[in-house]
Ligand binder design. Structure first.
Ligand code: HEM
Length: 455
C-alpha cells in the first residue's frame, strides 16, 4: 500500500533549493579545512579541526540536505505541507547556515563568543523548523495519504531524535562557551544524531523512494512496522544505561548489539531489494545507494573493533563510515533525483498557456528540457566515482594511513566542485529554458529564478 508521490504538492522552488545548494557549499568549506589541517584533522576525534569538520558535515552537508528534502517529501509523499513554507524555509536556512559556520568557528578557534552566537542561531533555526513541521504533522494528521502512514512513524522518530541531538549539542556548546564542565552527553548526542535522526530518516526515505525510483519490491510489512519503533526504543534504553552509574558495561553493549542487528536487518533487505531491482540501468542515485549501504554494512565490524580493540582510530573510522559513507552518499544521490525533478517541474509550472491550446503546449514542451537532460548521466556518474574515492581516502586517513590524510581534503574539494558544477549546469539549463519559452509568442511566465553561482 505504499509508494505514491503527489507531485502537485511540490512546494515552491525557493523552499527546498537553498538547503540543497548548501551541500556543495559546505562540501567546499569542509574540503578547504581538511586540506589546510592535513594529518592533524585525523589524529584525534577531539581535535579542534576534527570537531569543526564533524559539524560542517553533520549540520552543513547532511543537516541542510535533510531539512530541505524533508519539507519536500512530507508534502509530496505524505500530504503534510508546512504552513508559510517560504518564510519558514528562508529563515531556517539563513539561521542554520550562519549557525553552522559559527559553531565550526567556535571549535576551530575555541571561541566562547562564536559558541554563544552559534547557540542563538542554531536554537532559533531548529526551534522554527521543528515547530513548523510538528504543527503541520498535527494539522494534517487526518488527511495523510493512506500509503504514507508507515513512513510517518520513522519520520516522527527522526524529528524527535533531531530535537534531542540538538538540545544536547546546545547544552554542551553552552558549557564550552561559559567555561563550565561538559555534561557527559557526547555518546548520547552522537547516537541520537547518527542512528536516531540520520538512520531513521534514511529508513523512511528507503521505504518510500526505493520502490518508486529504483523499482524495487516493497519492504516486508513486519520490517516497516517494527524497525522504526525498535530503533528509538533501543536508543532510549542505551541513553538510560549510559546515564546510570554502576551498571555493567555489558548491558550497554548488549543494547548496542541489538541496534547493530536492527540496522543490519534493514541494510540487508535494502541491498537485496536494490540488487534485484526491476530498473536495469544503474543511474548515479543507485550507485550512491550502493556506496552508502556498503559503508553501513562495514559499520558492524568497525563497531566490534571499537568495542574490543584499544585503537584510537576505531571511533574515527566508524564516524567516517556513518557520516561520509552511509549518510553522505545517500544525500548526494538524492540530489541527483530531487534537483532535476524540481527544475523540470517548476519550468513546466512557470508557463501558463492561455486556454491550454494543445498546439501551444506542444511548442512549449519542445523548448523545455526533459528531466534527464538537466544533469547528464555521465557527469553524475563521474561525480559518484569521485565521491566514492573520496570516501575511501577519508576512511584510510581515519585509519591512520599518512598519504591518505593529505589526499582526503583535496579529494573532498574535487567532489564538492564537481557537484557544484553539475548543479550549476542544471540551474543554467533551467534559466535558459525559461528564457526560450519567454521568447515564444503568447506566453505568460511566472518563474522563480535562482541565482546561479558564477553568473
Ligand atoms: C545545534 C546543533 C549541534 C551542536 C550545538 C553540537 C555541539 C556539539 C558539541 C559541543 C560536541 C562535543 C565537543 C566536545 O566534546 O568537545 C559535539 C560532538 C559531536 N557532535 Fe554535535 N552538535 C550539534 C549537532 C549535531 C548533529 C545534528 C550531529 C549528527 C548528526 C552531531 C554529531 C556530533 C558528533 C559525531 C560529535 C563527536 C565528535 C567526535 O567524536 O569527533 N552534532 N557536538
Amino acid at each position: 500500500m505504499q509508494r505514491a508521490l503527489d507531485f502537485d504538492k511540490t512546494p515552491a522552488l525557493g523552499v527546498p533549493l537553498p538547503f540543497l545548494l548548501n551541500v556543495p557549499l559546505f562540501g567546499l568549506l569542509a574540503g578547504l579545512l581538511a586540506t589546510w589541517a592535513g594529518p592533524q584533522a585525523f589524529l584525534s576525534r577531539w581535535d579542534a579541526a576534527t570537531l569543526a569538520l564533524t559539524h560542517l558535515w553533520t549540520l552543513g552537508i547532511l543537516g541542510s540536505a535533510m531539512l530541505g528534502a524533508s519539507i519536500q517529501i512530507l508534502a509530496v509523499a505524505c500530504n503534510v505541507p508546512i504552513a508559510a513554507a517560504r518564510p519558514v524555509a528562508r529563515t531556517t536556512h539563513a539561521l542554520l547556515t550562519l549557525g553552522t559556520l559559527a559553531l565550526a568557528g567556535g571549535f576551530l578557534w575555541w571561541s566562547p563568543t562564536a559558541w554563544l552566537g552559534a547557540i542563538g542561531l542554531l536554537a532559533a533555526a531548529f526551534a522554527l523548523y521543528l515547530l513548523s513541521v510538528g504543527v503541520a504533522l498535527w494539522r494534517h494528521r487526518k488527511t495523510v495519504y493512506k500509503g504514507a502512514k508507515e513512513i510517518l512513524v520513522p519520520v516522527r522518530g527522526a524529528l524527535a531524535a533531531l530535537g534531542l541531538t540538538v538540545l544536547m549539542g546546545l547544552v554542551m556548546a553552552g558549557s564550552l562557551g561559559l567555561g563550565l564542565s561538559l555534561p557527559a552527553w557526547v555518546g548520547s548526542h552522537i547516537l541520537w544524531g547518527l542512528l536516531g535522526w540520520g538512520g531513521l530518516l534514511l529508513m523512511a526515505m528507503s521505504f518510500q523512494l526505493l520502490p518508486i525510483f529504483q523499482l524495487t519490491e516493497l519492504y516486508p510489512k513486519s520490517l516497516t512496522r517494527w524497525l522504526p519503533l525498535l530503533v528509538p526504543g533501543l536508543l532510549v534504553a542505551w541513553s538510560a544505561l549510559d546515564a546510570s552509574s554502576g551498571l555493567p558495561h555489558l548491558m550497554r553493549e548488549t543494547v548496542e548489539l541489538l541496534l547493530v542487528g536492527a540496522y543490519l536487518a534493514w541494510i540487508g533487505t535494502s541491498l537485496q531489494r536494490l540488487w534485484a531491482r526491476k530498473r536495469p540501468t544503474a543511474e548515479a542515485t543507485t550507485l550512491f545507494w550502493f556506496t552508502s549501504l556498503t559503508c553501513l554494512l562495514a559499520c558492524a565490524p568497525a563497531w566490534v573493533w571499537l568495542r574490543h580493540g584499544q585503537a584510537l582510530q576505531a571511533p574515527m573510522v566508524l564516524g567516517v563510515l556513518l557520516i561520509v559513507g552511509g549518510l553522505g552518499a545517500v544525500v548526494h544521490g538524492m540530489l541527483y533525483k530531487i534537483v532535476p525533478f524540481l527544475l523540470w517541474k517548476h519550468a513546466q509550472d512557470a508557463i501558463i498557456i492561455p486556454d491550454r491550446d494543445p498546439a501551444q503546449v506542444r511548442v512549449y514542451l519542445k523548448v523545455l528540457p526533459k528531466m534527464a537532460e538537466y544533469i547528464p548521466v555521465r557527469a553524475a556518474q563521474a561525480h559518484w566515482a569521485c565521491y566514492t574515492l573520496m570516501t575511501a581516502s577519508w576512511l584510510l586517513a581515519a585509519a591512520g594511513w599518512a598519504p591518505a590524510t593529505r589526499a582526503a581534503g583535496p579529494l573532498l574539494l574535487l567532489s564538492a566542485a564537481l557537484l557544484a558544477w553539475n548543479l550549476g549546469c542544471a540551474l543554467r539549463r533551467y534559466r535558459k529554458a525559461l528564457r526560450d519559452a519567454a521568447a515564444l509568442p503568447h506566453h505568460q511566465i511566472t518563474p522563480y529564478i535562482p541565482v546561479v553561482p558564477g553568473r
